[in-house]
Design a protein around this ligand. Structure first.
Ligand SMILES: Nc1nc2c(c(=O)[nH]1)N[C@H]1C(S)=C(S)[C@@H](COP(=O)(O)O)O[C@H]1N2
Ligand SMILES: [Mo]
Length: 214
């Protein structure tokens, strides 16, 4: 098995996030929609089938939480964001100066990715996990999966996509990093990544296996 990224240890996937969000189990509308907005010519609201535009594909990837646990080999099903973006580019026409994209969840959580990062081949808009439609814990009805970035970029319960011209700190604010690349240990904008390891680890709930690892 390939080595884990720096400072991470293996754990079971768990519902996780900032305390003010992770306890919220947002109600999923019977016909969920995603609003596509921001600095665009024609904002739209699309039902999931319309947004995803097809059956999609499966991908096995790891989820790396900034607090140092990593859930390995998760089988997500969905459509690469780059394919969705290709359609949206023509449909909503984001301004050419949009270099960032914000994903927002039904619980109010927001996170911003560099558009180039979101267009990587392994970034999915996922609607299934392990062959099952996403349940409330996994981020129903739709979530982002950005495996090369810390988990706080992988927004659950996606209900809005906003194209923006500058970085938006989102819900994690100063605690987050603009890029959040796992290999470079970009845990936070402030201080080097490895300095955060013991601090962030204290946020992992007691009883999580291997919480005392390394
Ligand atoms: N909507 C929403 N998405 C979210 C969060 C959140 O609180 N709300 N937390 C993020 C964080 S910090 C992590 S590590 C991952 C965890 O994904 P999981 O709950 O599927 O394990 O979800 C991310 N996406
Ligand atoms: Mo996280």
């Amino acid at each position: 098995m390939p080595a884990l990224p720096p400072g991470q240890w293996p754990a079971a996937r768990q519902r996780f996030g900032l305390p003010e969000f992770h306890r919220v189990r947002p109600e999923v509308p019977a016909r969920p929609v995603v609003t596509v907005t921001g600095v665009v010519r024609r904002p739209v609201q699309l039902e999931l089938a319309e947004l995803l535009g097809g059956p999609g594909r499966e991908q096995i990837s790891d989820l790396h939480c900034v607090t140092t646990w990593s859930a390995l080999s998760l089988r997500w099903g969905g459509v690469p964001f780059r394919e969705v973006h290709e359609v949206l580019r023509r449909r909503v026409e984001p301004h050419p100066k949009c270099r960032w994209v914000v994903f927002a969840g039904l619980d109010g959580f927001r996170s911003c990715l560099a558009l180039d990062d979101a267009l990587a081949a392994d970034v999915l808009l996922a609607d299934s996990l392990a062959g099952q439609p996403l349940d409330a814990d996994a981020g129903a009805p739709l979530r982002l999966v950005a495996p090369a970035h810390y988990g706080y970029k992988s927004v659950r319960h996606v209900c809005a996509i906003e194209y923006v011209t500058s970085y938006d700190g989102g819900s994690a604010g100063w605690k987050a990093h603009r890029r959040g690349r796992v290999e470079l240990e970009e845990r936070s904008a402030l201080l080097r990544g490895r300095i955060w390891r013991p601090l962030f680890r204290r946020f992992v709930p007691v009883g999580t296996s291997a919480a005392t690892g390394d």
